[in-house]
Ligand binder design. Sequence first.
Ligand SMILES: Cc1ncc(C[n+]2csc(CCOP(=O)(O)OP(=O)(O)O)c2C)c(N)n1
Ligand SMILES: [Mg+2]
Length: 319
Amino acid sequence: MTPEAKITAAPSRADMLTAMLRIRMVEERIVELYPSDKIQSPVHLSIGQEAAAVGLCAHLRTSDLLFTTYRGHAHYLAKGGDMQAMIAELYGRADGFAKGKAGSMHLAAPDVGMMGSSAVVSSTIPHAVGAALKSQWGDSDAITVCVFGDGATEEGVYHESLNFAAVQKLPVLFICENNGLAIHATLESRQSYKLVEHAEAYGVEAFRLTNGHDPEQVYAQLQPIIAAMRQDQRPRFVEIPMFRAKEHVGPGEDFHRGYRSQHDLTEWRLIDPLIADDGGLDTARTVIAAEIDAAVAFAEASPAAGPEEVFTDVDRRFA
Ligand SMILES: Cc1ncc(C[n+]2csc(CCOP(=O)(O)OP(=O)(O)O)c2C)c(N)n1
Ligand SMILES: [Mg+2]
């Protein structure tokens, strides 16, 4: 075994709330900026869902690989992705981490183990399984994590991936962020199965967490699951219930559409730890606002990526 130095101390509640606040404030700034059209990318915001990313990533080391979805700002930032490179990417600028070619839906920061995200539902799940297969050939207690939505479990490749990971006994953690929605369709209208029971049917040990709105509680519930995975290098499935506060894509709210109730928003506002904040995060708010100001200024000063960039860093067969 060649594990990295073990992380022994749990992060404090204040640390986790600060990490969550940082993601919330970045997305709130995106909401403010969006009408200006400076952001050259559709945005799928994670407001309401940040606690799961924070509680998860507090367990992860750089050598643990993370794959996620188009709703990935929270995962990118929680895994340690650079904020300036992300905002410049959303602006489509040359200093974006992919020189503007990726946008919000294809975030990546491989230097910190944030391996990628995709607009294509379910498509990063087999990537994670493949990465776990490779890591199995190494000599490490690292794990690979793939995060996906409840809707992604309706895709065939999800089932193939669960089965392959179970048969091959791969160290991959399947995290289903269950916000109960796929665009405007509720879970009940789409699925005949229970997510945990379904994963168990593939022989994958499966768990449903509670209190997905609270990073400390997500962290605590993941603790024994991830510790066991580092030991036995077997797959696990975890469902985390959560609330999507914004419309499916874009900066607004869409309660007028009638597929869910404004009451859900009111209920969530009562439990969200950042909204309930009693002032303990005031200093953090000031520091984070300055960091975001600097990231936006960086993006705005960055030149537009030129046409000569179109075929750089892509598979040469398409150049
Ligand atoms: C393969 C594929 N099918 C359909 C779509 C259209 N689509 C985009 S997001 C989405 C809903 C996915 O819901 P879920 O997996 O629960 O993720 P959430 O948006 O709730 O985070 C769908 C069907 C797509 N992008 N890719
Ligand atoms: Mg969903």
